[in-house]
Design a binder for this molecule. Structure first.
Ligand code: KG4
Ligand code: ZN
Length: 341
């Protein structure tokens, strides 16, 4: 056992619309509390000002609950990790202000975590069902705000191979869901309806962007025009064919993502492929990743369901790597809404 394995980290995630607090002992998650903000559903998307106010309400109860579940007292904490960007400024301010105050009050180090790196490093959370992941690997990071292909050499060396030039994959799911009158966030609902639909019922053009970059705005427009034309012919079209539309759109997005991931692995020669971020909860993407691994004989890595969408456990895991390197921040820490690596 190394000197860090017994260290307790409190982790805070508040970059978008989930308030989450976790406690880790080394790379083991003792508690991971996520308070999802239902308030945004009625607006069809995240309202930044409301998100900040909800974080303010939720953060203290979430931290208390995490400590209670973990069965430890705050005096036993060794460090505090917090997502400092990218994300919504007001939301990030709530988490970082809380973490700064608590680290000052307890006299323990503060670890400022990049939310996107944390999605990737969630693969290193202790999991008795899987062998520890080895570097290097390729990560397809797909969330509500980002779509990236990353060559991960180590916790600090992450080389971005490509990213979306417009919408993120999660946005493509959410905007399609909105056109189909499904609630926000629409990704999980499209996934659910797609299970009863035919993925070949309708075809949509695959976005054309070279190299390792992505684009989703053309797909969004073609879905919009497709629905407009079909609804003109039959006003019940969306209600009658919702499952088939969901299955067809999902299959288009997933095949596009998987094709790009396959190309990145072939081009780099790296034979371990992984997915992370909210969209990695998608059942079709998860099964297509496994197929891709089997076809090429590559290793595959899929996060546990609870570590796909935003959660503080992944922030704690990234913080654990920083703790070992002594990569600390001080009270001058300010959130970076547009943080890029
Ligand atoms: O990583 P995340 O929780 O938040 C961001 O950092 O953005 O990702 C949220 C995104 C949303 O767009 C949501 O619709 C999508 O992940 N998502 C899914 C599924 N579950 C969540 N998309 C497709 N299928 C799912 N099962
Ligand atoms: Zn995220």
């Amino acid at each position: 056992m190394n000197e860090f394995e017994g260290k307790h980290i409190l982790a805070i995630e508040s970059s978008c619309d989930d308030t989450s607090a976790a406690i880790l002992r080394g790379n083991q998650v003792l508690a991971n509390v996520v308070a999802t903000q239902a308030i945004h559903a009625q607006y069809g998307g995240v309202v930044p000002e409301l998100a900040s106010r909800e974080h303010q309400k939720n953060i203290v109860p979430a931290v208390h609950e995490a400590l209670k579940i973990a069965g430890i007292d705050k005096s036993e904490l060794d460090a505090i990790a917090v997502a400092s960007g990218p994300g919504l400024l007001g939301s990030l301010l709530v988490g970082t202000s809380f973490a700064k105050s608590m680290s000052l009050a307890l006299g323990i180090p503060l670890l400022a975590v990049d939310h996107m790196k944390a999605h990737i490093l969630a693969h290193f959370i202790d999991d008795p069902d899987q062998k520890p992941l080895q570097f290097p690997f390729i990560s397809l990071t797909v969330s509500g705000g980002h779509t990236q292909l990353v060559l991960v050499e180590s916790p600090d060396e992450m080389i971005k191979l490509g990213e979306t030039i417009d919408d993120a994959a999660g946005e493509a799911f959410d905007k399609t869901a909105k056109m189909l009158n499904l609630d926000y966030p629409g990704g999980p609902l499209i996934d659910k309806h797609a299970k009863d639909g035919d993925p070949q019922a309708f075809s949509f053009p695959l976005p054309k962007v070279g190299g390792h970059d992505f684009s989703f705005s053309g797909l969004k427009t073609s879905i919009l025009y497709f629905l407009r034309d079909r609804v003109r012919e039959n006003e019940m079209f969306i209600v009658e064919r919702r499952d088939d539309i969901c299955a067809s759109v999902q299959s288009t997005i997933v095949e596009y993502l998987v094709g790009k991931l396959e190309k990145a692995a072939i081009d780099t020669g790296v034979q371990t492929i992984s997915i992370c971020g909210g969209v990695s909860a998608n059942s079709s993407l998860r099964s297509r990743l496994r197929n891709l691994g089997e076809t090429h004989g590559w290793n595959t890595r899929i996060p546990k369901f609870e570590y796909c969408t935003d959660n503080a456990a992944m922030i704690g895991m990234a913080g654990y790597f920083m703790l070992q390197k002594g990569d600390f921040s001080g009270p001058e820490l300010t959130p970076s809404p547009r943080l890029k690596f």
